[in-house]
Design a protein around this ligand. Structure first.
Ligand SMILES: Cc1cc2nc3c(=O)[nH]c(=O)nc-3n(C[C@H](O)[C@H](O)[C@H](O)COP(=O)(O)O)c2cc1C
Length: 268
């Protein structure tokens, strides 16, 4: 006597059981791999911070190299480091210094506010109250100041870091770790030759205004704004403008201007 294995009930039962088993496997894998994902994400961020500052050494572990970096949380409104009370509050809300997630903070209504269009030159829509900055010390003094930046290009929001020298004025490096610009066009923001053009450029002009700028085409040698200018990406003026805008936003009054003033006041 043989059972009818082709019945609709049995087919449905097998399909349901298969779905159940698969979902248990997938969710089990997601849960068990979560700590590894978090660790890899943190390591990748640290790698990008080191790379922007020109400190990345491929033959050493990121953990080891990151020991030279101190993470500080800055209150963007006051331009000062967050107080112990603010840090404790942030930690309790799920934003500890070590794994400070500024992207998540920018979507958190408690710690961010929407930006009026007329000042939102980087098209980021919301501005967080706190930002994590990264300091590298040498011989007991600040040698590199690495600031997170983000803003809209042509197709996407570009996320990256800009490193300043100890004068809090001269650019020591730049790098984007996430964007969706077109490879070969806007994607050339990742080109090492283009990123090298930023080194030595100054954030402000002689009047003290934020003047760093990506021009269309090539920088004219000897022009009186050369120290603030970087060549545009060929065939990608819109992404280039986006980079200009995000740099000017984050180095300007809404971003780190207050903090950089504080640093300069402390004589870094
Ligand atoms: C498929 C496609 C992808 C493009 N991707 C980009 C891009 O990522 N960034 C960008 O600025 N322009 C991109 N462009 C070109 C822009 O539409 C625009 O023409 C360009 O930014 C103008 O720059 P130019 O004045 O230097 O030529 C793309 C165009 C096409 C057709």
């Amino acid at each position: 006597m043989s059972a009818n294995n082709d019945s609709i009930q049995k087919t449905i039962l097998v399909a349901v059981l298969l779905c159940l088993v698969c979902s248990v496997i997938v969710s089990g894998a997601a849960v068990s791999l979560k700590p590894m994902q978090v660790k890899n994400k943190l390591e990748d961020k640290r790698k990008n911070i080191l790379a922007a500052a020109g400190l990345l050494q491929e033959d050493k572990s990121i953990e080891e190299q990151f020991k030279q970096v101190t993470t500080r949380i800055v209150n963007l409104e006051s331009g000062d480091y967050a107080t112990d009370t603010e840090l404790a509050e942030l930690k309790a809300a799920g934003y500890p210094v070590e794994t400070f997630d500024q992207r998540r903070l920018s979507k958190d209504g408690t710690y961010s506010a929407s930006l009026p269009g007329n000042i939102d030159i980087a098209s980021i829509k919301r501005l967080e109250k706190y930002a994590a900055v990264f300091l590298v010390e040498k011989d007991g003094a600040v040698d590199r100041i690495i600031l997170p930046v983000h803003g809209y290009g042509l197709w996407s929001t570009l996320y990256g870091f800009v490193a300043l020298q100890s004068d809090a004025e001269t650019i020591a490096g730049l790098g984007f770790y996430a964007h969706g610009e077109t490879p070969g066009l806007g994607g050339e923001v990742d080109n090492p030759s283009w990123k090298a053009l930023w080194m030595g450029k100054k954030v402000h002009d002689a009047s003290g205004a934020v003047a760093i700028n990506v021009v269309k085409g090539k920088v004219v040698p000897g022009n009186n704004k050369e120290i603030n200018q970087v060549d545009g990406l060929s065939g990608a003026t819109l992404t280039s403008n986006g980079v200009s805008n995000l740099m000017r936003f984050w180095l300007g009054e809404q971003g780190f201007a207050g903090y950089l003033k504080t640093l300069k006041g402390q004589g870094v």
